[in-house]
Design a protein around this ligand. Structure first.
Ligand SMILES: [Zn+2]
Ligand SMILES: [Zn+2]
Length: 339
């Protein structure tokens, strides 16, 4: 039996182990992918640290996967070997529960699958995924360029395009890390008056380089007051994981403005008066499904949006993961298999 390398976590809190495994066979409705690149997302710590209830170990993480379709299982009509595809967080749904019938696949109550959590992900030479979870990757993107767009990219792009902001509106992106540096680019390219908000003045050149028309240093300035000087934000996309930083910007929302939360902070303080007086709201946004990923990739090509990445070979997964967790990576960390 031919073997492959996989970087697995054997138990909650365990270290990464590079093991030799048999190359998996795709079952009915599933596709095998020869992995080229896989981004490391902060959510992979759910697998590493055992924070996902009911997760079965050992598990191979990774939900920012790009590779080549290598084999298809029975009944797969839409994919064929040789196509380049991506797999993101949303790994599958049943298609017939009430949530799915409403088009809310993320809310599937029967068979919601998450890549790298419900089944093994992309920290490996090969993986299998449900055909429904695949997005076609445009030729113009290299595997390393495309991988981070499968979670960081889709999350920011989809949050923005599903917001109530229209071209010309003030849109702020709170945080200029892995998500935020993409969020600023998407906001600029969608035609919003884009404001980058981060701690310290050292991030301003980056925000400007990414196209932001305004920058607010949240350490030196009151971000809410500064946003109000610009007329108030129609949307603030909060990419940080610090609830206090989110709470501090809500006063910067304009009339009917929305704070869109995509950073998994533990808690957040909301002022009812701020919400009521300006008919403002706070809402969350998850990533999206496979077709949203495909749209993200295509828009990124169209508009020239790219992730800034640090690249590590699969063997250095432990080092790469620590780099991501340190918060010092500029800005996404991507594993490559050498293919
Ligand atoms: Zn992710
Ligand atoms: Zn369902």
């Amino acid at each position: 039996m031919p073997k492959m390398r996989a970087a697995q976590i054997a138990r909650p809190g365990g270290s990464f182990e590079i093991v030799q495994r048999e190359i998996p066979q795709p079952g009915a409705g599933w596709v095998r992918i020869k992995v080229q690149a896989c981004g490391i997302c902060h959510s992979d710590s759910l697998v590493k640290e055992g924070h996902w209830p009911g997760l079965q170990y050992p598990r191979v993480p990774g939900h920012e996967v790009v590779g080549i379709v290598d084999a298809v299982g029975a009944g797969v009509a839409q994919w064929k070997p040789g196509q380049r595809v991506g797999v993101g967080w949303h790994g599958g749904h049943c298609g017939h529960c009430d949530a799915c019938r409403s088009g809310d696949f993320f809310g599937c109550q029967v068979a919601l699958q998450v890549t790298g959590i419900s089944f093994d992900g992309g920290y490996a030479d090969y993986m299998v995924a449900p055909a429904i979870a695949l997005a076609l990757v445009p030729e113009d993107l290299s595997p390393v360029e495309a991988a981070p767009l499968m979670c960081a990219g889709i999350t920011t792009y989809n949050a923005l395009r599903n917001s109530n902001a229209r071209p010309g509106d003030v849109v702020a992106v709170l945080g200029l890390g892995g998500l935020g540096h993409l969020g600023v680019q998407y906001a600029v390219k969608m035609g919003f008056k884009t404001v980058g908000i981060a701690r310290g003045s050292d991030k301003e050149p980056l925000a400007r380089k990414l196209g932001a028309q305004h920058y607010i240093d949240s350490q030196a300035q009151d971000p809410a007051a500064e946003l109000q000087k610009l007329g108030g934000a129609k949307v603030i996309v909060a990419t940080v994981t610090n609830g206090d930083a989110m709470s501090a910007v809500q006063g910067g929302l304009g009339r009917n403005g929305t704070l869109v939360v995509i950073g998994a902070a533990e808690s957040l303080q909301v002022s009812p008066l701020v919400l009521i007086s300006g008919r403002r709201s706070v809402k969350g946004w998850y990533s999206g499904t496979a077709v949203d990923s495909q749209d993200t990739l295509e828009f990124s090509v169209l508009a020239g949006v790219r992730s800034m990445n640090e690249v590590y070979p699969l063997e250095k997964v432990a080092e790469a993961y620590e780099r991501m967790m340190s918060g010092k990576a500029r800005f996404r960390v991507v594993l490559t298999t050498g293919l």
